[in-house]
Write a protein that binds this ligand. Structure first.
Ligand code: ADP
Length: 265
């Protein structure tokens, strides 16, 4: 899966405020670059701006002109299907309202590849089957999406994004509502797709240990600004966690991988 095209995403002095000029910015001059084929984790305490950043990067919220570049071009210069063929999004609280089956929801991920009123073909169906298998949701395919558990729904929405076959995947807290084993499965799947298929992954994560284990690069937001960025071991330190989260923690290297592990004191 993924069409083999590596996608690159950058933000340059990106600021955003909900409402008029009198409101304080929720994001303030954020610049970042997600290398094509990289795994970038966006970290930060509640309210630091992670969801807003992802909504801007996905085009769901409208950024200023020339502040976000997808494959080197201003995000605003693309039309919707052009964006959707390059970039797929898994929102934090996606809640399909209508009673579609899981299979129908995942098939909707193919829409950007179909012409107006064109019916899906066997290649599209094969993509859907593959996405269901990767996310361990094959057994749910005939179920009504409104009757799934939170964790099942998250895996189905990930399947839809994978079926979209974009080179870049943006995920807002992809492991929220998942039990431990599915948390690991989803992050390990994203890592595998990044390594083997060249998928570029940008994920907001609240768990520092997951970020340390799976991401190659992390940015840490604090009240809308980048407080630290770099390799996980550079960013996830006792001092930085104290400064940004106000929490006293121990940070020790993982015995096997060397990645930092955060332990509450
Ligand atoms: P995070 O994902 O890190 O928790 P958010 O991006 O959701 O952070 O929120 C950043 C700030 O923006 C918070 O202060 C939040 O209250 C505010 N905010 C988020 N969404 C809206 C909105 N739709 N209208 C006004 N303020 C918002």
């Amino acid at each position: 899966m993924t069409n083999g095209v590596r996608a690159k995403l950058e933000a340059v002095s990106l600021s955003y405020r909900y409402g008029g000029e009198e409101r304080a910015p929720v994001l303030d001059s954020v610049s970042l670059s997600c290398a094509a084929g990289g795994f970038l984790a966006v970290l930060g305490p509640n309210g630091s701006g992670k969801t807003t950043l992802l909504r801007l990067l996905s085009g769901w919220l409208k950024p200023g002109r020339n502040t976000i570049f997808l494959d080197g071009r201003d995000l605003l210069s693309y039309n919707r299907p052009e964006v959707a063929r390059r970039l797929a999004t898994v929102a934090q609280n996606a809640q399909p309202e209508a009673a579609f089956t899981v299979e129908e929801i995942v098939l909707m991920g193919r829409a950007p590849h179909l012409a107006f009123l064109e019916r899906e073909g066997s290649a599209d169906r094969a993509r859907v089957d593959e996405a269901l298998a990767l996310t361990d949701t094959v057994h749910l395919r005939r179920r009504d999406v409104t009757a799934l558990s939170g964790g099942e729904l998250r895996r189905v929405m990930l399947a839809q994004a994978l079926a979209q076959d974009a080179g870049l995947l943006l995920l807002d807290e992809p492991t929220a509502h998942l039990d431990l084993s599915h948390q690991h499965d989803i992050l390990a799947l994203l890592k595998k797709m990044q390594r083997e298929k060249g998928l570029t992954v940008v994920a907001a994560l609240h768990d520092l240990n997951s970020a340390a284990r799976y991401a190659d690069h992390v940015i840490l937001l604090d009240r809308g600004r980048i407080a630290a960025e770099g390799a996980p071991a550079e960013v996830i330190t006792r001092e930085t966690v104290k400064r940004v989260y106000g929490a006293d923690v121990l940070v020790i290297p993982h015995p096997a991988t060397g990645a930092p592990i955060v332990i509450e004191e």
